[in-house]
Write a protein that binds this ligand. Structure first.
Ligand code: 9D3
Length: 252
């Protein structure tokens, strides 16, 4: 997978791309990540990448020519690219989109700044517009980082086996149960007895119930998507959780 990032703040991205799993994936050539400074493609002697909006109003708009020139410079002959603009006007990013992106050969991430990009650049050159959620960032750089991080970990060979199984937990739409490690007693607090029992059936059952209770409490919206097995339904009935879950499964 090839990632290209177009930005006017390349330094914002440099260090997070050189740590941990992303760094290892780059070293192993599982991803190729390049940062391009849009300013290098500005036409005038002041390297202007933004200008005042026609029609007046607050803020600045990113000029179309430097964006287009920067984009052309990273396109490759033999590889089909997908150009993604990060902006508050985009469709909201989620795990399904991450999976979709992970099947592309070349993602070009264009980081918006100020009040956004000239509409003619967007219309002519952008395939997909993405927001990472309903909060205000100062620009698209951190959003681009979120996409690179979430897509890279889905690429074959990037994670170990233990971690890949964790994808299944997410696709079940249940939150993770509480977890404990040593010491057995911390600040006077014990860990649940069942975890020491060595009975893996009981441990799985208890963790499943904790996952369901957490999801009901914190993310009831997720329960609408969960499919339970017959055995699980029996267990949830025994715990008197099934009625409440059924209600949450109706509302969407
Ligand atoms: C109309 C008021 N503007 C400033 C308060 C709107 C605005 C313009 C530009 C708000 C944010 C930004 C910069 N943000 C992004 O470029 C961005 C973003 C975001 O703010 N939230 C979630 N996802 C994204 S992706 C790019």
């Amino acid at each position: 997978m090839i990632f290209d990032i177009l930005t006017i703040f390349p330094d914002l991205l440099e260090s997070p791309l050189n740590e941990s799993i992303i760094r290892r994936a780059r070293e192993k050539q599982q991803v190729q990540i390049s940062i391009t400074n849009i300013r290098d493609f500005a036409l005038d002697k002041h390297s202007m990448t933004d200008d005042r909006p026609f029609g007046g109003g607050e803020g600045m708009v990113m000029k179309p020519e430097p964006l287009t020139a920067a984009l052309d410079s990273v396109k490759k002959e033999a590889v089909k690219e997908r150009v993604i603009l990060l902006s508050p006007q985009g469709r909201q990013y989620n795990q399904k989109i991450a999976e979709e992106f992970s099947r592309e050969e070349h993602l070009i991430l264009v980081c918006g700044r100020y009040e956004g990009v000239d509409e003619r650049f967007r219309a002519a050159s952008v395939d997909d517009e993405i927001s990472i959620g309903d909060y205000i960032l100062t620009g698209g750089e951190l959003a681009a980082m979120v996409i690179i991080d979430s897509v890279t970990r889905l690429l074959p060979g990037v994670l170990g086996c233990a971690d890949s199984a964790e994808k299944d937990t997410f696709s079940r739409h249940l939150l993770k149960h509480p977890q404990y490690t040593r010491p057995r007693v911390f600040a006077g607090e014990e860990i649940p007895e069942v975890l020491l029992s060595g009975n893996h059936g009981n441990i799985e059952q208890s963790r499943f119930l904790e996952s369901v209770k957490r999801t009901m409490d914190r993310r009831p919206d997720l329960l609408a998507k969960v499919l339970f097995t017959k055995t699980e339904i029996k267990l949830l009935k025994k715990q008197q959780l099934w009625k409440d879950i059924q209600v949450l499964q109706q509302v969407q």
